[in-house]
Design a protein around this ligand. Sequence first.
Ligand SMILES: Cc1cc2nc3c(=O)[nH]c(=O)nc-3n(C[C@H](O)[C@H](O)[C@H](O)COP(=O)(O)O)c2cc1C
Length: 265
Amino acid sequence: MLEPLKILALIGSPRNEESYTCKIIRQIDGKMNAIRPTEVEYVFLQKVGVPFCDGCLTCVSIGESVCPEFATIGPIAAKMDAADGLILGAPVHTFNVTGLMKNFVEYFMYKRNRPSFFGKKAIVTTTASGGGHKIVLDFLEGTATAWGCDVVTRLGISSAQMQKEAYIEKVDACTDEVARTFIDEIEKGELGSPKFRHLMNFRAMQNMTRSQKGSVNYRYWEERNWLDAEYYTDVPVNPFARFMAGRISRKMRKSMRKGNATPIR
Ligand SMILES: Cc1cc2nc3c(=O)[nH]c(=O)nc-3n(C[C@H](O)[C@H](O)[C@H](O)COP(=O)(O)O)c2cc1C
C-alpha cells in the first residue's frame, strides 16, 4: 500500500469552500486520489486571519520566529515544509492577486531570502470571471519558485464560463492533466532546471546578500556555499543562460558599488 502523498493547499479566496478556487483544487484532489492515495490539507487564508503584515522585516533581519504573528504563521510554515507538494490558489481581484494571498505571502518574505523548499513540487491556480489570469499565475509561480519550489504546472479558469458544458469538459481535461503531472513530478523527485529568470533572481539575491556581511541571511548563504555559486542547487543549467546571468550579475554588482543604479520611470 502506497503512503499517501501529503499536499498542502493554500486557498486565497475570501469565499473559502464556496470559491471556484477551492472547487477546482478539490477536483484536482479527487483526480490525484484516483491515481494514488493523496491527502490534501486545505488552509483557508481568510480563516487563518492574520492582520496585515506590519512590515517590520524582523523575519528577514533577525529570524522568522520573531515575527509578531509567528504563533499562527510558524505552524503553517512547518506544514508547508513537511508537505510533498504545495498548491497555491487565488482568484483575480482587480486584475491582480487577492489581498488575502498577497498579505499571507508577505509573512514569508524571509523564505525569499533564505529559500529551503528545493525539490518540493508546486502547482498554482487562479480563477477570474474575465481576465487577469496571467498576472496572478505569474505572481504565484514566482512566489513558490522564490521559496525554492519547482512549479510543475499551472491552471487558470474563467468562472463566468463554468455553467457551459463545453467549457466544463475542457476544465475537466485540464485538471486530469494537472493531477497527473503533479503526481508524476513528485514521484520522480528530480530537481527542476532553472529558467533564465530564476538564475537572475538567484544572482540578484546573491548580490544583495553579499553586501550584508554578518547578517542572518549572509550566514545562511555562507553555510550553503551560495555566495559564490551559480545557482542554489547543482542541477544542470543551460550554459548560455548561466554565462549571461553571470555577466549581468557582475554589471549589477558594479552599479550597486558605484550607487549609479537608474531610478525606475
Ligand atoms: C473585488 C473583486 C475584484 C475582481 N476583479 C476581477 C478582475 O479584475 N478580473 C476578472 O476577470 N474578475 C474579477 N473579479 C471576479 C472574480 O475573479 C471571479 O468571480 C472569480 O471567479 C472569483 O473566484 P473565487 O470563486 O475563487 O472567489 C473580481 C471579484 C471581486 C470580488
